[in-house]
Design a protein around this ligand. Structure first.
Ligand SMILES: [Zn+2]
Length: 257
């Protein structure tokens, strides 16, 4: 009974705290800036601006196709140079609208959106996720984690696991060296920048052997970071490595952050 009263009191204070914050800083749609009632909410116009990715898409990298070419079809890039991961899936196209959503989530502490994004990602990755998948984020270097205070990809991975019942394992990989941001690098430079930047934690080596691993990141641009992480997991004995991201760049779209 005492525990129930304590929990109710805590919830009441939380509610009062939230109302006070909402009064001082009314929640705004991260895409359009319009006022919304839910801190994790989007306005109607914000919803309309987001491009969700569905079939038809490349069976390997998940890039959306303009026309339906049938099941199991690959895009020219995957035929010419297959990525190191088995499949990649993305919830939304990375464009001007989703850029605001992702930047807000990544750099402005809008972490209340993680559950919503996790649900979108679980839906986008429904053909690669199973109850036996290990879901793990692309790790940040400890210095960057210290500066940002949270790993945005880890919050997404936890939300996907909560949505699907798959196993969340936040510490499979470690970043062995700090790498400059990929933002302004060419395709080749991006690959060189992250080559060998990851290692499987010794304490997790046994979990990786024979496992199906789903790597989670916020944005897929060229796939260089996810490929470098996938190679590391493959070398450590993973049976299959897929990638699941919130947003992906589609040729002709905006550049990455
Ligand atoms: Zn492809």
């Amino acid at each position: 009974m005492i525990a129930q009263i304590a929990a109710a009191t805590r919830d009441a204070f939380k509610g009062a705290g939230r109302r006070a914050i909402d009064f001082l800083m009314p929640p705004a749609c991260p895409v359009t800036g319009e006022r919304v009632s839910d801190p994790a909410g989007l306005s109607a116009a914000g919803w309309g601006a987001i491009q969700f990715i569905d079939e038809p898409r490349c069976d390997r990298c998940g890039v959306p196709f303009a026309a339906d070419y049938g099941l199991g079809v690959l895009c020219p890039s995957c035929i010419a140079a297959p990525p190191a991961f088995d499949c990649a899936r993305a919830a939304i196209v990375y464009d001007d609208a989703s850029h605001k959503l992702v930047v807000g989530y990544k750099h402005s502490d809008r972490t209340e959106n993680a559950a919503r994004f996790g649900a979108w990602m679980a839906r986008a990755g429904s053909d690669i996720l199973s109850a036996t998948s290990l879901i793990t984020p692309v790790p940040l270097h400890p210095w960057r984690l210290l500066a940002r205070r949270y790993n945005q990809s880890s919050l997404l991975a936890a939300a996907i696991a909560a949505e699907t019942g798959a196993r969340f394992m936040p510490d499979l990989l470690a970043r062995t060296r700090a790498t400059p941001p990929q933002k302004d690098l060419s395709v080749d430079a991006r690959a060189r920048n992250v080559a060998g930047a990851f290692a499987v934690r010794r304490s997790r080596a046994r979990d990786v052997g024979g496992a199906h691993i789903v790597l989670v990141d916020d944005v897929l641009t060229t796939g260089a970071t996810l490929s470098a992480a996938a190679k590391t997991l493959r070398r450590a004995g993973a049976a299959r490595v897929d990638a699941l991201v919130l947003a992906r760049v589609v040729k002709g779209g905006v550049g990455a952050i």
